[in-house]
Design a protein around this ligand. Structure first.
Ligand code: SF4
Ligand code: SF4
Length: 388
């Protein structure tokens, strides 16, 4: 079985350089096969959790070993991926001889680390997904919302600034954005929401425009809104939260208006929590290698950010300041964002989107919890921030 698995892993990543999306799809298929192998492997295992934890940790350590925050690291992406593939295979093979108690945690974790680390090392050639906060606040306020919406007061994006940013971005990257998400907060709270969709489509004709909503206001939207959504083929994407709300009725209303609607997460029960840790003891590369958010590019005030965490952390900083005048701040470095009015061209954008940012040192991926029960936010800072 191990020879088979090794052969499979050798084919694992050196795929022909197609689009990033295709690479990801191939990778996902391979990882599914790998998962099957790992499950079979488990059948042959018994075990000791601490030894697994050591091996598990060493997979990550190996993935980031010796790598510094320099451009050099990413220059030869393919070689690094192959190295990771070999290393991971060796490490997983060692598991064959070591039994362990808790296979679910270990297998899931190894799978996530190998998959995510490899995927995160691809050079980004275009913007796969661009998120734009139409408003920052929300009418649902989920505990630990990773856009920090429960921590902000009402805040609406300006239509003219959005238009100017979209124009500048299109002159910079051409029509290379695959998907534009109008998001928040709750985007339907913005009285001019239709205009954002029109502008996004005007400058990025090939991009898929999606409006990501909690659905609560959908049935109140006026006819003009629906006409615009239909005209620009905007897709309404919603999440089913465990609240007293008729999602089926809501989605039927969208369908009746002739607009596409999809359910993002069926009956979400848990949120992911990636704690921010102000101690800066987290190693940036280690976080980056495991990060599930690196293709969640954010556009905010004429700047591109790698993720919502870095783009909106000022909400956290302001909240800490309000609660405690001496509160520490999560610092934003000039390398944490790219000013779209200053770079020379697409290459600089690609470079920015292919590397970790200094802010990664705050994201404590080792303590990520993917099973935080969904509930309303108590607006307590520990929903997002860990004590040192
Ligand atoms: S509905 Fe979405 S934006 Fe609103 S608080 Fe929940 S997770 Fe955040
Ligand atoms: S700061 Fe880095 S590790 Fe944290 S969410 Fe953003 S890209 Fe991921």
């Amino acid at each position: 079985m191990w020879t088979k698995m090794k052969n499979f892993l050798k084919r694992f990543l050196p795929v022909p350089a197609k689009t990033h999306h295709e690479q990801m799809q191939m990778l996902a298929t391979h990882m599914q096969h790998m998962d099957d192998h790992l499950k079979k492997l488990y059948e042959a295992m018994g075990s000791v959790r601490s030894r697994v934890a050591r091996i598990d940790k060493s997979v990550v350590d190996q993935a980031v070993k010796g790598r510094k925050y320099t451009d050099l690291f990413y220059k030869d992406t393919r070689d690094k991926i192959e190295k990771l593939q070999t290393t991971s295979c060796d490490k997983i093979e060692k598991l064959q001889t070591i039994s362990f108690e808790n296979r679910d945690i270990s297998i899931q974790r190894i799978k996530r680390i190998v998959w995510q680390s490899a995927a995160n090392m691809f050079r980004r050639r275009y913007i796969e997904q661009l998120d734009f906060h139409v408003v920052d606040h929300c009418n649902l306020n989920c505990k630990g919302c990773n856009h920090f919406s429960p921590l902000v007061k009402e805040s609406f994006a300006d239509v003219k600034s959005f238009e100017s940013d979209m124009k500048q971005l299109s002159s910079l990257v051409g029509d290379t954005i695959q998907k534009i998400n109008l998001i928040g907060g709750e985007p339907l709270l913005h009285p001019e929401i239709s205009q954002f969709a029109t502008i996004a489509k005007k400058f990025f004709t090939n991009a898929r425009i999606t409006l990501i909503t909690n659905g609560l206001l959908v049935e109140e939207m006026p006819q003009k809104f629906w006409e615009t959504m239909k005209a620009h083929d905007v897709c309404i994407k919603y999440t089913r939260y465990p609240i007293n709300f008729d999602y089926d009725k809501m989605s039927n209303v969208v369908r009746e208006k002739g607009v596409r609607v999809i359910n993002d997460w069926a009956d979400i029960k848990y949120f992911w929590r990636i704690p921010l840790n102000i101690s800066e003891r987290v190693f940036s590369y280690r976080s980056y290698a495991q990060c599930p958010f690196i293709d969640c590019t954010q556009l905010r005030n004429g700047r591109l950010y790698r993720c919502a965490q870095s783009a909106y952390v000022d909400f956290v900083n302001n909240f800490i300041r309000v609660k405690d005048n001496n509160g520490d701040n999560f610092r934003i470095d000039t390398k944490d964002y790219l000013d779209i009015y200053s770079p020379e061209g697409l290459e600089e954008v690609q470079e920015f989107l292919s590397n970790p940012i200094p802010f990664c040192r705050y994201c404590d991926m080792d303590n990520m919890d993917t099973r935080v029960p969904w509930e309303h936010s108590g607006r307590k800072i520990d929903e997002w921030v860990d004590a040192q």
